[in-house]
Design a protein around this ligand. Structure first.
Ligand code: 2P0
Length: 362
């Protein structure tokens, strides 16, 4: 598929007014997206677990304007409060998706949004937030095109979400989503996420992700800037080819249920992501002392118990503790006994692999 497949020509049958809503989850990458080309095209392929508890719920009320105008018209409410400072990001998103949703300037929109996870918890809301908004906007188009298939709807929603935030394209469906063209995965695309197409062992179903909120403050360097620093990065070429290799290595790991192989690959990806931050120009560090404390405790616990508990990191200080369903009681005991002490205000979020976004009945 190409960009042209997502262009829509509005017809007479566009709805006048209605309200739509979606709840979209966050996701956690196993092979990381870090570095991009123009138009939100990833520099390397990635794959993620879709999450369940960490989600954004967004409703979109729309009303046809008397005459189409030159600018977008929208109000934005976050947790019931008008949010002027979020508007530029939304306006940029609308500008990027307008070629594919050319009716946008014909409507007044009211966007209401809430996150399930605590505000400024250091959990990125751009993936779930942009996914939920993309789904709402595409629902307007679908009212005029009720024949649209679920497959096309999901692909276009992922395509639009990507234009808001790259990782958001992996937040439409569950439970294992791959994004970015790589030769070993048929139908993999830089334009949207797809279901991981190969066999996945029972060990990786119902995987858990307990997110330790090590540092809840604002990040010192945004992901968008971090991606940008991969241009002219001394190790960029090696890193991008490593991501392709890791995608290929995951295939037999997922198939056979090889937890040891999974852990080695996922932890290496997390540390490589942060190594890229530390070795760019300018260099920066997003991990905190407690991030390292947690990592060392996970390694010591795993060595002592042989239990398949590992970590991954997002672009921040928080630690995602990953473990299979079969060790969940022991893992939670360990987390509560040894890791929660490293969380800010003792806060953590118990999440797990999820099935993707859900439409709300409004
Ligand atoms: C990922 N991250 O694969 C990687 C790993 C964070 C660490 O994608 O500029 O918010 O909006 O496309 O998607 C975070 O970056 O960046 C991210 P933009 P995004 O999940």
């Amino acid at each position: 598929m190409t960009e042209n497949d997502f262009v829509f020509q509005p017809s007479e049958s566009m709805p006048t007014t209605a309200k739509v809503g979606w709840k979209a989850p966050s996701n956690i990458a196993l092979v990381k997206y870090w570095g991009k080309k123009a138009n939100q095209i990833p520099a390397n392929p990635s794959v993620s677990f879709t999450l369940d508890a960490c989600a954004t719920t967004t409703s979109l009320l729309f009303q046809k304007r008397k005459a189409p105008a030159h600018d977008f018209s929208f109000e934005l409410y976050f947790d019931g409060q008008k949010k002027e400072d979020f508007k530029p990001k939304i306006a940029t998103f609308l500008t990027r998706v307008e070629p594919y949703l050319p009716f946008l300037k014909g409507y007044d929109f009211t966007i209401e949004t809430t996150n399930s996870f605590p505000h400024s918890s250091g959990i990125a809301s751009s993936a779930s937030g942009m996914a939920a908004l993309a789904l709402c906007l595409l629902s307007v188009e679908r009212m005029a095109r009720p024949e649209m298939t679920a497959d096309y709807f999901n692909k276009k929603a992922s395509f639009l979400a990507r234009l808001g935030s790259g990782s958001a394209c992996r937040s439409i469906e569950g439970d294992l989503i791959q994004w970015g063209h790589t030769s070993g995965i048929p139908n993999s695309s830089d334009l949207f996420g797809i279901h991981y197409p190969f066999e996945v062992h029972e060990n990786f179903k119902n995987y858990h992700d307990t997110i330790l909120l090590v540092h809840k403050g604002q990040k010192t360097v945004s992901s968008t800037i971090g991606h940008g620093l991969m241009h002219n990065h001394p190790f960029a070429a090696q890193r991008f080819s490593q991501a392709h290799e890791n995608m290929a290595s995951l295939q037999p790991i997922f198939k056979s249920g090889d937890l040891e192989g999974f852990i080695a690959l996922v932890e290496s990806e997390a540390l490589t992501l942060h190594a890229m931050m530390m070795t760019g120009q300018p260099y920066f560090i997003l991990m905190k002392p407690n991030t390292l404390e947690v990592i060392h405790k996970i390694w010591a616990f795993r060595e002592a118990t042989k239990m398949p508990i590992c970590f991954t990191l997002d672009a921040g200080a928080n630690v995602h503790v990953l473990y299979p369903e079969k060790v969940k009681e022991k893992a939670m005991e360990f987390i509560k006994d040894q890791l929660v002490v490293h969380c800010e205000a003792g806060q953590y979020i118990c999440d797990r692999i999820g099935k993707g976004a859900k439409e709300l009945t409004i």
